[in-house]
Design a protein around this ligand. Structure first.
Ligand SMILES: NC(=O)c1ccc[n+]([C@@H]2O[C@H](COP(=O)([O-])OP(=O)(O)OC[C@H]3O[C@@H](n4cnc5c(N)ncnc54)[C@H](OP(=O)(O)O)[C@@H]3O)[C@@H](O)[C@H]2O)c1
Length: 283
């Protein structure tokens, strides 16, 4: 297959590209310089010229707090909502499948049992609003779309300077210089390992799955940031004191969903998160 991957230098994009290449596919990898997904004309023209069999969008504007700034919001909306709409439209015109990634931040975080694929969205942040709009636009375009929601993703860093640092990398970096860390013991989510997300994406495209919304998360109960940090420190053998704090004690511009573990009801379970963390951290 010929596959176009946008945002191919991001943390997830680079793992998607290497997995699909390793399976013998011809992968066209683009970053913002090669193909700005916010430009409808550019997207329609490039997809028509390249003639891929599949488009995967791993590009996003992920700086959650910055999206609260009125001068940044239009850029985030363009990348997170209009970009996927353009790619979905180009894919639908070519009659090919389109894979797009979304987030647990489309949910309010108030449902005690967590969120399944068909649950109603209700973002509490501007970032969540842009990602929810992206989901809606892709659904409105129709076609063979696969919207994959992810949460707290970790893996080897992206190749792009704009790529967002993962929480795992942030914790290990802070622990190098600080003997004690205050970490929010709220905002429960379901972390996902990027090579495992790439494998699940490949599986999703094997012909058995209907277009729609999917939740791709490693198996295991949802964790707060504090609990996730403790798993990271334990597996990496890092000795640092981690103090649980409330989100009110750690104020940030954007509100986060308090409890939004993603429930995967539609795909085979991914391996356990701790197993994935062990592989990643070499534990
Ligand atoms: N990070 C998380 O914890 C998390 C959690 C839940 C969901 N997700 C979702 O997972 C997906 C992958 O995230 P990630 O963390 O791997 O992203 P990432 O590392 O931050 O990479 C995003 C990439 O998007 C590209 N990009 C930005 N604006 C663009 C534009 N206008 N046109 C084309 N490319 C553009 C950047 O490309 P350049 O190389 O040109 O800079 C960058 O490499 C995203 O949909 C994200 O919303 C992430």
């Amino acid at each position: 297959m010929k596959i176009l991957i946008t945002g191919a230098n991001g943390m997830l994009g680079k793992d998607l590209a290497s997995l699909f290449e390793s399976r013998g596919h011809a992968v066209i990898k683009t970053d913002r310089k090669d193909l700005d997904i916010t430009s409808r004309d550019e997207v329609l023209e490039r997809v028509r010229k390249i003639g891929p069999d599949l488009v995967i969008n791993a590009a996003a504007y992920n700086f959650v707090d910055k999206v609260e700034e009125p001068e940044i919001y239009p850029l985030a909306f363009a990348v997170n909502a209009e970009g996927p709409r353009n790619l979905a439209e180009a894919s639908a015109l070519s009659g090919i499948p389109f894979v797009h990634y979304s987030t647990d931040y489309v949910f309010a975080g108030t449902k005690p049992e967590g969120y399944s694929e068909e649950d109603t969205t209700g973002p509490v942040s501007k970032y969540g609003e842009t990602k929810e709009a992206g989901e809606r636009f892709v659904q409105e375009i129709g076609g063979k779309y696969y919207i994959c929601r992810l949460s707290k993703i970790f893996g080897k860093p992206g190749l792009s300077e704009e790529s967002k640092e993962s929480f795992v990398a942030l914790m290990l970096r802070l622990a190098e210089t600080m003997p004690e860390l205050n970490i929010v013991h709220e905002e429960v989510g379901s972390p996902g390992y990027t090579p495992d997300i790439a494998k699940a994406t490949l599986e999703l495209l094997n012909g058995e799955y209907e277009p729609g919304i999917y939740h791709i998360v490693n198996d295991g109960r949802g964790v707060t940031w504090h609990e996730f940090a403790n798993e990271i420190f334990e597996i990496a053998g890092v000795n640092v004191k981690s103090n649980p704090v409330t989100s009110a004690e750690f104020p940030k511009p954007a509100e986060r969903p308090k409890f939004a573990p993603l429930i995967n009801n539609k795909l085979p379970k991914l391996r356990d998160r701790k197993e994935a963390l062990c592989e990643f951290l070499g534990g």
